[in-house]
Design a protein around this ligand. Structure first.
Ligand code: UDP
Length: 276
């Protein structure tokens, strides 16, 4: 009886299969992507400042499914001493993905990808931080990706940038970024993993100093035509403006909250007890 039922189920699944094999549109006729976003829309971003009390500055960010935490220490003594510079602070950036942050267990040992992302991100921050003000010191930035769905290097940079500001490290500007790319011929902002794996995919993480629009990080996986590049650049810069606004908003929120905590409202004394 059970075998018959199984056979019937298989038959109905076979009938259904041509429909389920229908080509999924990365961007449909209404201009919507598979997750309902438009081509210029990023996933929802939520930023919380000051989440690691022992650090000089810290930040937690959720960018769609991506969850990232960053902690900053410094400027502090640069050890080992031979790595210090008498002219500027050394920026050290450590990007790591937690073993549980991806569907297939990630080797906890830092791989080539972690080393590469750490290197290019440190170079991006060297352009933002007034390193010349702190010779013989190190500024340590640690970023841990807790959950991921593409775009983590940009999510990490965005988080680290807010953590640096929270640590009071003088910078020319916050570093803000987004990944922009192509899926099925469409230029789209903030690709998710599914879009990043499209057959014709191009993925271009880009980070800038938003006020001067100086590019501090640009990587490209795949190739754009000149026209596509111009379109991608335009979409990316518009999206980054929004990311930058959210970073500033999160920082303001923390300091507005801490100011109001420092200044308690006037209290009246009634019958020996404080009444607000
Ligand atoms: N990823 C993974 N295992 C790894 C590295 C990456 O599953 O060891 C996933 C992860 O979700 C990541 C995505 O692949 O966000 C894209 O990785 P990529 O190297 O393009 O960097 P990202 O887009 O995160 O900056």
């Amino acid at each position: 009886m059970a075998i018959k039922k199984k056979e019937e189920k298989e038959k109905t699944e076979k009938k259904k299969s041509p429909k389920s094999e229908e080509k999924l549109e990365y961007v449909n006729k209404q201009g919507k992507r598979l997750d309902g976003r438009t081509v210029e829309e990023t996933r929802p971003i939520k930023i919380t400042v000051g989440v690691v009390p022992s650090a000089d500055g810290s930040c937690y960010l959720e960018w769609g499914q991506n969850k990232v935490i960053a902690a900053v220490y410094g400027p502090r003594e640069c050890l080992p001493k031979h790595t210090a510079s008498p002219y500027k602070a050394v920026v050290r950036y450590t990007y790591r993905m937690a073993t549980f942050s991806v569907p297939d267990r990630k080797n906890p040992r830092p791989g080539r990808r972690d080393v590469e992302i750490s290197k290019v991100s440190a170079e991006a921050f060297e352009k933002a931080i007034f390193t010349e003000k702190f010779p013989n010191t190190a500024i340590d930035i640690f970023v841990e990706v807790l959950d991921s769905n593409a775009g983590t290097r940009i999510a990490a940079l965005t988080t680290a940038s807010v953590a640096l500001a929270d640590a009071g490290i003088p910078m020319r500007d916050l570093v803000a970024g987004v990944a922009v790319g192509r899926a099925d011929g469409h230029i789209i902002v903030d690709l998710n993993k599914y879009e990043e794996d499209a057959p014709d995919a191009v993925d271009m993480p880009i980070a800038i100093l938003p006020n001067s629009e100086e590019i501090v990080l640009l990587q490209m996986d795949g190739l754009f035509s000149k026209k596509e590049w111009q379109q991608a650049r335009q979409l990316a810069f518009a999206a980054i403006k929004n990311v930058h606004a959210l970073q500033k908003q999160a920082l303001l929120k923390k300091y507005e909250n801490s100011e109001s905590a420092e200044k308690p409202e006037k209290t009246e004394k009634t019958n020996g007890s404080d009444v607000q």
